[in-house]
Design a protein around this ligand. Structure first.
Ligand code: ADP
Length: 269
C-alpha cells in the first residue's frame, strides 16, 4: 500500500469504529447452557479509547472474542468501520480481521525467532500487503524501539515486548485495536508506559482502542469505561479515575441485580 492509499484509507474511515447490535452468545446447550453475552448493544466512535471492565465471568473475553471476529455470536450484528462482520467462511472472517482489527495480548504473542522488525511487519506479510520498511521503522521508532530493530524478543524487557506488539497492531492501521489485559504481565512502571503509549496512539493517530482489563488504574487511562455484569452492559463512566472505577466495580453486583429486576436495556452506550 502506498502512502497515498494509506491516507485515503484513513480519511475514508467512518465516524463509528465499532458497533454491536443486540449481540448474544450462549455456550453449551440445555441445562448446561451459559449465556455469556445477553443482547449487548454499543457504539464506539473512531478515535476513542474505551476500557471494558466487569467481574470474572461477566463476559469481557467473550465480548472481545466476538467483537474482534475471533468467535461468532449466536445473535446480533457487529459492524467494524461501518462494515458488517458476517458469518461467512472462516477464510472470509480471517480476512475481515486482518484488514480491520489489531490485537495486543497479555503474553505479547511474539515469534521468538523473528526480530523486532520482522515481528512488527508480520501482519502485513500475512495479509499479502507490502511491508514498507520505512513506515514499519517509523512505527517502531514511535513506540521507542527504533534502536532495537534487529533484537529478538528474548533480548527485550516485558515492557519492550509489549511495545513491539503495539507496533505490530499499528502497522496495518486497523479500524479497532483490541488489547486484552495488555499490562497483566508487566511491572507497574512498564504497565504505565504501555498504557500511556496506547493513549498516545489514540490522541496522535486517531486509533480506536478497546482495552479489556480488571485493573481500575489501567481502566483510568481510557476516555470511558464500560461495565459488564452477567453478559450485559451495566453502566458507563466517562473521564474515569481509578478510584471511581474501583468504587463502581464494588457496587457492580448490586447494580446488576437491580437492573435484572427492572429488566430494562441500557441504551445510549
Ligand atoms: P470474563 O472474561 O469476564 O471473565 P468470559 O467471557 O470468559 O468472562 O465468560 C462469560 C461466561 O461464559 C462465564 O460464565 C464463563 O464460564 C462462560 N464461558 C466462557 N467461555 C466458555 C466456553 N468456551 N465454554 C463454556 N462456557 C464458557
Amino acid at each position: 500500500m502506498t502512502m497515498f492509499d494509506r491516507a485515503r484509507r484513513r480519511t475514508s474511515r467512518t465516524a463509528e469504529a465499532l458497533r454491536l447490535v443486540s449481540v448474544s452468545k450462549v455456550y453449551g446447550t440445555g441445562d448446561g447452557a451459559v449465556t455469556a453475552l445477553d443482547g449487548v448493544t454499543l457504539s464506539l466512535p473512531t478515535g476513542s479509547f474505551t476500557a471494558v471492565m466487569g467481574p470474572s465471568g461477566s463476559g469481557k473475553s467473550t465480548l472481545l472474542q466476538c467483537a474482534a471476529g475471533l468467535d461468532r455470536p449466536d445473535r446480533g450484528q457487529i459492524l467494524v468501520d461501518g462494515e458488517e462482520m458476517r458469518g461467512g467462511s472462516e477464510a472470509e472472517l480471517t480476512k475481515f480481521r486482518r484488514d480491520r482489527i489489531g490485537f495486543v495480548f497479555q503474553q505479547y504473542n511474539l515469534l521468538p525467532t523473528l526480530t523486532v522488525e520482522e515481528n512488527a511487519s508480520l501482519p502485513l506479510r500475512l495479509a499479502g500487503r507490502k511491508a514498507d520498511r520505512e513506515s514499519i521503522r517509523a512505527v517502531l521508532t514511535q513506540v521507542g524501539l527504533g534502536e532495537r530493530l534487529g533484537h529478538l524478543p528474548d533480548e527485550l524487557s516485558g515492557g519492550q515486548r509489549q511495545r513491539v506488539a503495539i507496533a505490530r497492531a499499528l502497522v496495518t492501521r486497523p479500524a479497532v485495536i483490541f488489547a486484552d489485559e495488555p499490562t497483566g504481565a508487566l511491572d507497574t512502571r512498564s504497565a504505565r508506559d504501555v498504557l500511556s503509549l496506547l493513549r498516545e496512539t489514540v490522541r496522535v493517530h486517531g486509533s480506536t482502542v478497546v482495552l479489556v482489563t480488571h485493573d481500575p488504574v489501567a481502566a483510568s487511562y481510557a476516555d470511558s469505561v464500560l461495565f459488564l455484569a452477567d453478559g450485559r452492559l451495566a453502566g458507563r463512566l466517562s473521564a474515569p479515575t481509578a478510584e471511581a472505577v474501583a468504587e463502581r466495580m464494588t457496587h457492580l453486583g448490586d447494580e446488576a441485580a437491580g437492573r435484572r429486576a427492572d429488566n430494562g436495556p441500557l441504551m445510549g452506550v
